[in-house]
Design a binder for this molecule. Structure first.
Ligand code: 3EB
Length: 340
């Protein structure tokens, strides 16, 4: 069943029916909440519910996504995306989707071996997503997350992250001509052999934000791989009410800073996050409504990362996950949301 099973004119719902095409929809509200998946999914306006780790329940709902990343907290919260208005959902090929409030959530999980390796798998995932989005009113991708096993395995240009970047760029095709979305690409542990990609799209493009402290990722020099990564550092939402922040690490210029020094990497990462807020024209600082995720390479570092949040980002909802950053020397990465 393809997206064509939905008549396009009926899908132009935007925020409030007929005004959809001109209205600017309020950004989904992302929060971390300690509850059961079924309970969260029963709440009105719930566009997506994301759970973390192998211990999380399995739920048969396209809005539910269980990520292959282990949380450092037990019990771990769910990530909830709430929108204004009714939510519908379905499946199309390998894609599971939901829509509401002018927004579209879509996820895909592909078995890498069946796809012929990580590069082909990434191309296939992005090709399917691009095909699906092309038939939707909400076809502008603002934010995308990618999780793949063994991200640092393989040497030089054969490193799996670099192969992933090549496949992703190939699969994106012309679907991202507006510019790249904000993104995260992180290595998952546990060896399930699956690539997981999910995204948030709307009817209008966001405003891309780059970090003046960093070379834009798509301009990285050749040493980082044959295909530079396809992402913007952040995307401001059309109504100006939210900033989606890409995976941010201790990269200055194009180089990794502070090899092997976690506290220095975290401080550099925070400087990058603050620079993004400034570049986006948003007030400085993160608050109790700015959910952030920290991906931590070595489990033994989780306490240090937690303490860093307590000291430098007090009150900020932080979800710590065991994940590998795409450059081996980087020990942690932070992504998340800042609401206006
Ligand atoms: C960096 O700054 C760190 O390939 O989608 C961060 C966010 C990183 C997204 C991606 C990679 C990606 O280059 C790595």
């Amino acid at each position: 069943m393809g997206p064509s099973s939905f008549p396009v004119d009926r899908m132009v719902q935007g925020c409030e029916g007929a005004i959809a095409q001109t209205a600017v929809c309020r950004a989904p509200r992302v929060s971390y909440r300690l509850m059961e998946a079924a309970e969260a999914l029963a709440e009105p306006g719930m566009l997506a519910v994301i759970g973390f780790g192998a211990g999380r329940e399995e739920v048969d709902d396209p809005r539910w996504l269980r990520l292959q990343l282990e949380p450092f907290d037990a019990p771990a919260p769910l990530e909830c995306w709430e929108v204004h208005g009714p939510v519908s959902c379905g499946a199309a090929g390998d894609i599971r989707w939901s829509r509401g409030g002018g927004w579209l959530f879509a996820s895909i999980g592909l078995d890498e071996a069946a796809s012929g390796g990580i590069e082909a798998c990434a191309a296939q995932a992005y090709r399917q997503l691009a095909w699906f989005l092309a038939g939707q009113a909400e076809s502008r991708v603002l934010r995308v997350w990618n999780y793949l096993p063994d991200i640092n395995a393989g040497e030089a240009d054969d490193e799996r992250y670099k192969r992933f970047c090549s496949g992703r760029a190939r699969g994106m095709g012309e679907a991202f001509v507006d510019g790249f979305p904000a993104a995260t690409a992180i290595g998952s542990l546990g060896g399930s052999g699956r690539l997981q990609v999910y995204l948030l799209a709307g009817a209008r493009p966001g405003i891309r934000v780059e970090n003046p402290r960093q070379v834009s990722a798509w301009r990285y020099p050749r040493q980082y791989g044959p295909t530079p990564p396809s992402f913007a550092r952040a995307v401001r939402f059309p109504a100006g009410d939210a900033l989606a922040i890409s995976g941010t690490a201790a990269v200055v210029g194009h180089a990794s800073a502070h090899h092997g020094d976690l506290p220095a990497q975290l401080a550099e990462t925070l400087a990058n996050l603050e620079a993004l807020l400034t570049a986006a024209g948003m007030p400085a600082g993160f608050d109790t409504h700015s959910p952030l995720k920290a991906y931590v390479r070595r489990p033994g570092d989780a306490r240090t990362v937690r303490e860093f949040f307590r000291q430098h980002l007090p009150g900020v909802p932080a979800l710590l996950l065991h994940g590998e950053v795409c450059r081996r020397e980087l020990l942690a990465e932070i992504d998340g949301w800042r609401y206006a």
